[in-house]
Write a protein that binds this ligand. Structure first.
Ligand code: BG6
Length: 502
């Protein structure tokens, strides 16, 4: 499964290890360990690469290797190849311990030194904190105290942190102070896995590699933009994390505001990290909140019922959720962008669990043409042009435009022109985590938000969160399999618009 383009572009990691904290978690098992294997299978990891697990379990190296193998076999994207596994497993190590156990961190240090000597990882190590944020401080402090965070000249140490980056602006700042007191800013890699998705990177290609879209990508032509991330699942056994966090903090603060930034930003002078992040930050800083948050936001909580012919539990009945929880499982907001390009064309963002189907898309909806010639037909329900970027599933893009219906009359109806990754390319898209882990090992930061972006995103979300908290009421219930609460429809209806049915 080696991808010849990867080799041609020399995107192969150098000697290094990935030290994984939180190896027993869902993310590690379903995404991270399989992604490491897929990278190895594509020939993008060096023979000296090592994977170190750190956890409380009483495991030996072999037990951990067996766990990795099982997760790889269950979740890897590329076909399983015994020879690749045999090579990868030579560098698998496990360190047993608690986060506050000094001896465990000394053992981790010894393991890393052994890998440098015996396997040639050459002092280059990335620490991936796939752990609850409340443990970040302790682990960072331990890494520093035991001399694991400091790189010798000619080597590197990096830290990877998973969202949520804090709970609000203040806690995000505090978290950042802790992490950056131990690791220099350019060694901190914040993962927003949406940025690793092929279609999300394609927003930049679509916009800036073509002449077709950019001239009309502004409020002169665009009526509004809808960004939807819908999931058909509930909390999926993640009650402990999700409750008290809710849809807006879980997804709008990071994934959806990143999608907004990429859709709305100006063309960067290059794709290097500084230039790209600077443009994203400019547009996030220009976001203007509605004067009236009550009419420009909506939130909901799914109830139990039938979804796709199957009886599902309501949020409050899911395991581990308090019966009086006010956490929202659906959130929608309107924001405006105070720039010359976007003034007058609002952005609507919505996300929810247990909705009609799993889909993430960005729909840029254009103003209607005057349609003077077609008015006499009486039917003006056409010509709402849209460019829809489908992030997932069926990755691709669609353009909607009016077309003449065959026949003797000049009747016009909207049709779609479709580009699908699956049809146009033979290569399958790598998983977001493959791309992002490789970038960490290569030290390439463009796809990782820096702290300023995180702060700006909290500044946008915090007022909505404060408003919702002040209501002290249950979010509006919505039926599983629906498209959210009626207040979400009203939010757009007030502006004379409707949500697309993706
Ligand atoms: C995560 C959220 O960031 O993204 C989850 O915490 C959500 O709640 C997940 O289910 C969705 O990711 P994807 O890649 O399946 O769209």
């Amino acid at each position: 499964m080696r991808d010849p383009r990867d080799r041609r572009l020399s995107r192969i990691a150098g000697p290094s290890s990935l030290v994984l904290f939180g190896v027993t978690g869902d993310l590690a098992r379903k995404k991270l360990m399989p992604a490491v294997y897929d990278l190895a299978n594509r020939g993008l990891l060096p023979p000296s690469f090592a994977l170190v697990g750190f956890a409380r379990r009483q495991w030996e190296n072999e037990d951990f290797a067996a766990e990795v193998l099982e997760s790889v076999k269950q979740h890897c994207r590329t076909p399983f190849d015994q020879r690749v596994w045999d090579q990868l497993s030579l560098g698998i190590r496990f360190v047993q311990g608690e986060f506050d156990d000094d001896e465990a961190f000394e053992r981790l240090k010894a393991t890393i030194e052994e890998l440098d000597r015996e396997r040639g990882t050459r002092g280059n190590h990335a620490f991936y904190l796939s752990i609850p944020p409340k443990a970040f401080e302790l682990v960072c402090t331990q890494l520093s105290k035991h001399g694991l965070a400091q790189a010798e000249p000619g080597t590197w140490r990096r830290v990877v942190i998973e969202k949520p980056f804090g709970h609000d602006l203040e806690s995000a700042r505090a978290l950042n102070d802790i992490v950056e007191s131990v690791f220099p800013p350019d060694s901190v890699f914040r993962i927003d896995h949406y940025l690793g998705k092929e279609t999300v990177q394609n927003i930049l290609a679509l916009r800036f590699a073509n002449q077709l879209f950019e001239p009309i990508w502004n409020a002169n032509y665009v009526d509004h933009v809808q960004i939807t991330m819908a999931e058909d699942i509930g909390t999926g056994g993640r009650a402990g994390y999700y409750d008290g966090v809710g849809a807006a903090r879980d997804v709008i603060q990071n994934h959806l505001l990143q999608l907004l930034a990429l859709t709305a930003m100006e063309e960067p002078i290059s794709f290097n990290a500084e230039d790209l992040r600077a443009e994203k930050e400019k547009v996030l800083a220009a976001v203007k909140l509605p004067d009236d948050l009550s009419t420009h936001s909506a939130r909901g909580q799914f109830s139990g019922g039938l979804q796709g012919g199957e009886e599902v539990l309501g949020y409050l009945e899911e395991e581990g959720i308090p019966a009086d929880s006010t956490t929202e499982t659906f959130a929608a907001i309107r924001v405006d962008i105070n720039t010359r390009r976007w003034a007058g064309a609002p952005f609507y963002l919505r996300t929810g669990k247990r909705l009609g189907r799993r889909v993430t898309e960005i729909a840029v909806v254009f103003k209607k043409a005057p349609n003077l010639l077609f008015r006499e037909n009486g039917d003006e329900d056409f010509g709402q042009n849209a460019v829809v970027i489908r992030v997932q599933p069926d990755e691709g893009a669609t353009i909607r435009f009016g077309s003449k219906v065959p026949g003797t009359q000049m009747e016009v109806r909207d049709v779609s022109m479709d580009f699908g990754y699956g049809h146009s390319f033979t290569e399958s898209s790598p998983e977001a985590y493959e791309r992002l882990i490789l970038d960490v090992l290569l030290g390439e930061p463009p796809l990782f938000p820096r702290h300023q972006e995180v702060e700006l995103s909290w500044k946008i979300l915090d007022p909505f969160e404060e408003y919702w908290a002040s209501l002290e009421e249950q979010p509006e219930p919505y039926a599983p399999g629906s498209w959210g609460p009626s207040s979400a429809d009203e939010l757009l209806a007030r502006d004379g618009r409707t949500w697309r049915r993706p």
